[in-house]
Write a protein that binds this ligand. Structure first.
Ligand code: ADP
Ligand code: ASP
Ligand code: MG
Length: 402
């Protein structure tokens, strides 16, 4: 029996009128598909509001309380959608993550999906109901609520689609597909009809928030047919699929921009063996993901080591570096939150030379200084001053995509 999973993001369920529209769309889907599972995010802005309230009450609220609080946002949206569907004569049931069989593990507020036990969903579908699952959440072995990190409803949708062996997973959002760059930054960005899993993964993890990176990873693993579409119209959207670099593949398929970066520098570090190992060992122990690393040329036996991390982890990373700065012989530690990462992504880059020099020339042409550089097989990223991030994104889009 054909099964579809449809996920609706925050703006798609932002108010009662939007929820009614989504219900109408689900009702139409129901006419074509025998089994329908819907995943919803919290209403637009709700998660941010809940986080702000918790932080207003405490600088360091307990993870379990934050998770219980945040999970409520998605529950409100799922119940309202089920109520709207019932009112339209579409039998439906809303389920919390735990009721939907989403079992998690790991740290509060950034848990991983351990496994899915879909028995309840299967029973509900058997009884002819549309299942509306609250996104972004699950329960751990101790029956504690956990959330899956920002943007986690995408992961809920993909994980359910994989577990239920869905024929299609549609992600409905406020743009009508994946664009060559964030259309809010580059007005001339174009919608891509399709994009490879590899490129989508790279774009997502380098800051294009249209899909959460882990959801793309999981979809690729299960070869899940995945489409990004708009809930505001009938455009075809973007299909994410397995694709090899063709001979004609452009060097760059997309440009992404991540403003949530910080740069931390240990100044005047002793340039001798074992120093980097000590520094990065300590950071790894605290599960801090270090993105870029740069070590300056040594002068008088002293060097500077700079790293970039996600801004949310910057305070902790800085603290660790300050704590061990004496051990590694650093004279001081500095932190710069005013940086951003801008990246070009394309599988065509594998077979084309000169992409890096075009990146540097385009940025130089726009008068932008590059602080750090990193590359992967299909991407080149640079760290720039945050104020210049949008100009840099537009300059690179202009150079490679036009
Ligand atoms: P939702 O609430 O539906 O999950 P998100 O805000 O998480 O929506 O993601 C959609 C947003 O992602 C768009 O509004 C757009 O500004 C942004 N975005 C960033 N990069 C891209 C891109 N390459 N293509 C499309 N949208 C992008
Ligand atoms: N509501 C959560 C967030 O804002 C999860 C999601 O929307 O996917 O991050
Ligand atoms: Mg999202």
């Amino acid at each position: 029996m054909k099964l579809i999973v449809q996920k609706f993001g925050g703006t798609s369920v932002a108010g009662l009128e939007r929820i009614r529209e989504v219900a109408g769309r689900v009702a139409r889907t129901r006419e074509k598909w025998e089994r329908v599972v819907v995943v919803v995010s919290a209403m637009a802005g709700e998660t941010d509001k809940l986080i702000e309230m918790a932080q207003a009450l405490s600088p360091d609220p307990a993870g379990r309380e934050v998770d219980l609080l945040l999970a409520s946002g998605e529950r409100i949206a799922s119940s309202l959608l089920a109520i709207a569907l019932d009112a339209m004569g579409v039998p439906s049931v809303s389920l919390t993550g735990g009721q939907a069989g989403i079992l998690t593990e790991g740290t509060h507020t950034r848990a991983r999906v351990r496994t899915i036990q879909p028995a309840r969903i299967l029973r509900e579908m058997e009884a002819g109901r549309v299942v509306v699952a609250a996104g972004f959440q699950g329960v751990d072995r101790f029956d504690e609520e956990q959330t899956l990190g920002r943007g986690g409803s995408d992961l809920t949708a993909v994980a359910l689609a994989a577990a239920l062996e869905a024929d299609l997973c549609e992600i409905y959002t406020d743009v009508d597909g994946v664009y060559t760059a964030d259309p809010r930054i580059v007005p001339g960005a174009r919608r891509l009809e399709r994009i490879s899993f590899d490129e989508m993964m790279e774009l997502a993890s380098l800051g294009a928030k249209v899909l959460q990176p882990r959801s793309v990873d999981l979809a690729a693993k299960y070869k899940l047919p995945l489409v990004v579409r708009s809930s505001f119209g009938e455009s075809e959207g973007t299909v994410i699929m397995n694709e090899e670099a063709g001979l004609e593949a452009p060097a760059v398929s997309g440009v992404s921009c991540d403003r949530e970066q910080s740069k931390i520098t240990a100044v005047g570090v002793a340039d001798r063996p074992g120093i980097a190992a000590a520094l990065f060992g300590e950071l790894a122990e605290k599960s801090i993901v270090v993105d870029m690393i740069i070590q300056n040329v040594s002068e008088n036996g002293l060097t500077d080591i700079s790293i970039t991390v996600d801004r949310k982890g910057a305070g902790e990373a800085e603290e660790i570096m300050r704590k061990i700065h004496a051990d590694i012989g650093a004279s001081s530690v500095t932190r710069d939150d005013e940086v951003a990462k801008v990246s070009v992504v394309g599988i065509g880059m594998k077979s084309q030379a000169g992409v890096a020099s075009r990146v540097f020339a385009a940025l130089a042409g726009a008068g932008i200084n590059i602080m750090m550089i990193s590359t992967s097989e299909i991407s080149i990223s640079v760290i720039v001053n945050r104020e210049l991030a949008e100009t840099a994104t537009r300059a690179l889009h202009e150079e490679f995509i036009g």
